[in-house]
Design a protein around this ligand. Structure first.
Ligand SMILES: Cc1ncc(COP(=O)(O)O)c(C=O)c1O
Length: 407
């Protein structure tokens, strides 16, 4: 039995979570046989649901080969790149750099923005514009580029002073870029819909048009952080496609490996990649890990074979309707927002209390919020979720909210 003395996150005082020994669709199976309704697909990772033996088989088939240095092609690397370029990435994004997850991908995108500017003969461009609030990962570079106060806390002296713009105000975007001087700015990173920091905050079309235009006008690389919103989560392939948001770089992780393998990818336009000169854009040792690439390709093919992105859109309509019917007027709820199977409930009560109350009802929801969004939880089940399971999610969440904040 796991206890908090295990200190998985190095920290004392974590709750005694159940030990999970299996998965089945939208359920996690605990060692005592309990079926825990996974209403957040883990950390909004498991787009295809749990228990997919096809993914395990694809990874197992290539594992005996072992390790190959990342610059060399292998069948699984080539297959994943082809799958991405042919079926997932927007036209003109024919270049992919593999990583082992979201943070490595966003951090690599920051590096790419800098490398691009240096290659173009602009060594003064080093700043990355981030949004407040936002989350881009836990490397020192991505903590600095993001604005998640809880996750920055204590590390401040180690963080580069990257400028921030508000998540929703186009005039401020223009003002900050002007004040900072575009000739010092390498890139602008943005989640199309804010994940852990804001629980699905969604800016206006005017905002995204302004961001896109000012970046294009000044050759600032626009990076879409699609680690949470990518691979169909919001009911279409990429979250940015809901808006007039035209990125030069797309970063993905989470749903790409579906939770089965640590895998991320950075895709960039031909223009960006062709500008790079010989000076090294170093890979990670596990860039393009063979088993991870094989599993990722299988995950993406399952999404296509089973038409799961369309299903995310369809079940998203059901989830939105049920959340609004049951919870919009609940005293604990400030706002319900989202798209597809990516939903946030901003709360008037402590999010950890709600997460724990949900766990007492055998359900996992994802805690979120920072800065202007003090407390929130996210509901983002696997795309295989049924209408009946959505009802169970909403009922259990109602039970948790009633228990924590009855009014
Ligand atoms: C938008 C976004 N970017 C980056 C990351 C970091 O990804 P990882 O935790 O896989 O390193 C996350 C993780 O939650 C995320 O939501």
């Amino acid at each position: 039995m796991a206890t908090n003395t295990d200190r998985y996150a190095f920290l004392p005082g974590a709750p005694d979570y159940p030990t999970i020994v299996g998965g089945d669709g939208v359920f996690l199976i605990a060692d005592d046989g309990r079926r825990i309704l996974d209403a957040a697909a883990g950390a909004i990772v498991g787009n295809i649901g749990w228990g997919r033996t096809e993914v395990a088989a694809a990874a197992a088939a290539v594992m005996p080969m072992g390790y190959v240095v990342p610059l060399w092609p292998t069948p699984s690397r080539l297959a994943l790149k082809d799958e991405l370029v042919q079926h997932w990435l927007p036209e003109g994004m024919g270049n992919v750099f593999f990583t082992s997850g979201g943070s490595e991908s966003t951090d690599s995108a920051l590096r790419l923005a800098r490398a691009y500017q240096v290659a173009k003969g602009r060594p003064d461009r080093w700043k990355i514009i981030g949004r407040h609030p936002s989350y881009h990962g836990m490397t020192l570079g991505t903590i600095a580029a993001a604005s998640h106060l809880g996750r920055q806390k204590g590390y401040e002296p180690m963080l580069l002073p990257f400028p921030k713009v508000p998540w929703d105000d186009p005039e401020q975007v223009l003002k900050v870029i002007e004040q900072e001087d575009p000739a010092t700015i390498a890139g602008f990173i943005a989640e199309p819909m804010t994940g852990a920091a804001g629980a699905c905050l969604t800016a206006s079309d005017e905002y995204w048009r302004t961001v896109t235009d000012v970046c294009k006008a000044n050759d600032i690389l626009l990076i879409a952080d699609e680690v949470m919103t990518g691979y169909g989560r919001t009911g279409i392939t990429w979250g940015h496609q809901h808006f007039p948001f035209d990125p030069d770089v797309i970063v993905g992780g989470k749903g790409l490996g579906g939770g089965y393998v640590p895998l991320g990818a950075v895709a960039a336009t031909d223009e960006v990649v062709e500008a790079l000169t010989g000076s090294g854009f170093m890979y990670f040792t596990f860039t393009g890990n063979e088993a991870a690439c094989a599993a990722g390709t299988e995950v993406l093919q399952i999404l296509r074979r089973e038409n799961l992105v369309a299903r995310a859109a369809e079940m998203g309509v059901v989830l939105e309707r049920r959340l609004r019917e049951e919870l919009e007027s609940h005293p604990a709820v400030v706002e319900i927002r989202g798209k597809g199977l990516f939903w946030g409930l901003e709360l008037r009560c402590n999010r950890d209390d709600v997460v724990n109350a949900a766990l007492e009802r055998d359900m996992w929801v994802y805690p979120a919020g920072s800065g202007p969004v003090a407390d929130a939880v996210m509901v983002a089940p696997a795309f295989v979720v049924t209408a009946d399971e959505i009802d169970q999610i909403v009922q259990r969440l109602r039970g948790a909210l009633d228990a924590v904040h009855p009014g």
